[in-house]
Design a protein around this ligand. Structure first.
Ligand code: HEM
Length: 136
């Protein structure tokens, strides 16, 4: 994973982060309507902030697993309460990758897409493991 590229692309969208998050949720809820019930009572303004904050922590701590992993374990555990199932993580990754591609337009590269896919896969894997450990 190209950490520098992960950081530079995140930084590039930071000024537009709220709009990017808006596009992400609108994509996910329209392409995967099966997740809509999970967000029935959600305050999306707050939720967009939560998502941006958590992605910001991932990008910052991606090379410090001792710091990042406990955060992801906690986040995974909280997602049990939201009735999130393992395959739903693919919906998040797909929707976020599509959102980034649309946001960057012609500036989006194969390497950037692969870097983000790898990062989201790693985050999902940790969260899913934490959820599974809690249920077991
Ligand atoms: C990359 C993986 C993900 C990240 C970084 C992430 C991040 C977050 C954060 C930071 C919160 C705020 C509450 C908390 O800290 O527990 C949250 C809440 C939530 N997430 Fe996720 N999440 C991810 C995956 C998913 C998936 C796969 C789903 C299901 C489609 C999902 C559905 C929800 C729901 C329903 C809430 C609660 C919303 C509410 O308060 O009404 N998340 N998420």
């Amino acid at each position: 994973m190209n950490i520098e590229l992960l950081r530079s692309t995140f930084k590039a969208v930071t000024p537009r982060a709220d709009d990017v998050a808006k596009l992400f949720y609108s994509k996910m809820l329209s392409v995967f309507p099966q997740v809509r019930p999970l967000f029935a009572k959600t305050d999306f303004e707050a939720q967009r902030k939560n998502l941006i904050q958590s992605l910001s922590a991932v990008v910052k701590l991606v090379d410090q697993p001792d710091e990042l992993n406990p955060l992801l374990v906690k986040l995974g555990e909280s997602h049990n309460n939201y009735r999130v199932t393992p395959h739903m993580y693919r919906y998040v990754s797909f929707s976020l990758l599509a959102t980034l591609a649309e946001t960057f337009g012609d500036d989006w590269t194969v390497e950037a897409a692969e870097t983000w896919e790898a990062a989201l896969d790693a985050v999902s894997q940790k969260m899913i493991e934490a959820q599974a450990a809690m249920v077991a």
